[in-house]
Design a protein around this ligand. Structure first.
Ligand code: AMP
Length: 361
């Protein structure tokens, strides 16, 4: 089975690595060859709007998927007659636009922060009047890892937020005073099978995921609600593949922040910490194979290496550390270069290892 993957970042790389033992081969398409995915599988280089080149690439595979969320949906749609595309472009289109995404959640009865579309400065004034402050002004499209966002704490912040983002299609959201952030990674197969991983608890620094612990402590009631919410989205699209949803926990209740129609950073712990990794289950789902168990094998923690990789010898001195270096040549501030995972039999032992792992980051 050959899987065509548009985007050859670290997510694509880990998909390919999960595919090899099963005899599933991933081939990549990206702008440059020296990418995390291109280092471990064949790669075609081209622009993301070169539909002819994408069509030639897609037609060689049994199924098409993507590891990057900002692929123009207009580039995928013409490929639909050539090869099955999973997850479905309709779900991708909604996930690419924060306003459509939050509107979908609201339609499905999934709680969200209060939100309002903002195109003009007067819309922002009206949104603040209705929702109040503090809040966050975000671009509707192309925002990730905290980019394209401006906090508005008091009226004094409005000018700077508008100067930074005004002119684009925006959304204003009320600020959620959350006690913690959690995410649910779920998978639905083309055979209608659905499975959910245990909730993960995430810590973000400057809008970028810093660390994940899974299963999230004290989360059995939240797990049931999170699964209901994610399954509502899966059913809406008859979705195929991995879908991740991020939530705030506010006063003990889930408030949905966003969804990612792909394998997700908060699911990297599943490589060593679950019976079947999110990457393998994504491949199983899109290839029409039975899903693997999503049960945790213990208590896992994952730490991202952002902007800098730790020295290999120091990292490997931590007992049981699983190190992942994405092979990126250029280290830039804010760029995810790798991650480390530890798995222990108790939450306490995991937290002790996590303390050591944090010092590497
Ligand atoms: P996002 O790009 O929307 O995932 O935002 C990145 C991070 O910013 C989130 O994980 C939160 O830590 C924070 N954040 C985003 N939106 C809100 C909000 N409405 N209220 C509070 N914190 C937020």
């Amino acid at each position: 089975m050959k899987v065509a993957v548009i985007g050859a970042g670290q997510l694509g790389r880990m998909l390919a690595l999960a595919g090899y033992p099963l005899g599933i081969r991933c081939e990549f398409y990206d702008r440059s060859a020296d990418t995390p995915g291109g280092q471990v599988g064949p790669i075609t280089t081209g622009e993301f709007d070169d539909v002819a080149k994408l069509a030639e690439f897609a037609s060689r595979a049994g199924v098409l998927t993507f590891d990057w969320e900002n692929i123009p949906v207009s580039s995928l749609e013409p490929l639909a007659g050539l090869v099955p595309i999973y997850p479905q472009p309709a779900a991708l289109a909604v996930a690419q636009d924060r306003l459509l995404e939050k509107t979908l959640f609201r339609d499905l009865g999934i709680p969200t922060p209060p939100f309002a579309p903002v195109d003009l400065r007067s819309d922002l004034e009206a949104a603040i009047g209705r929702i109040g402050m503090p809040g966050i002004l975000k671009t509707r499209r192309l925002g990730y890892d905290g980019k394209g966002q401006a906090r508005i704490r008091t009226r004094a912040d409005i000018d700077a937020a508008w100067a930074a983002l005004g002119g684009e299609a925006l959304i204003y959201e009320g600020f959620v005073r959350f006690s913690r952030e959690v995410s649910l990674v779920a998978v639905r197969s083309s055979r209608d099978e659905t499975a959910c991983y245990p909730l993960a608890e995430n810590v973000h620094v400057d809008g970028i995921l810093a660390e994940t612990r899974a299963p999230a402590p004290r989360s059995s009631a939240l797990q049931r609600t999170a699964e209901r919410h994610v399954k509502a989205v899966l059913e809406r699209y008859r979705y195929v593949g991995v879908l991740a949803m991020e939530f705030f926990v506010e006063n003990g209740k889930l408030v949905a922040n966003e969804m990612a129609p792909r394998v997700h950073n908060s699911g990297h712990w599943t490589i060593e910490g679950a019976e079947t990794s999110q990457f393998e289950n994504h491949l199983r789902a899109i290839a029409g194979l039975p899903l693997g168990s999503t049960a945790a094998r213990g208590h896992a923690a994952m730490v991202n290496f952002v902007g800098r990789m730790p020295a290999l010898a120091g990292a490997l001195a931590i007992p049981g550390l699983h190190l992942h270096d994405y092979g990126k040549r250029e280290a830039r501030p804010g760029r995810k270069l790798g991650h480390g995972t530890v798995v222990a039999t108790t939450a306490r032992a995991r937290d002790l290892l996590l303390a050591r792992l944090r010092r590497l980051a």
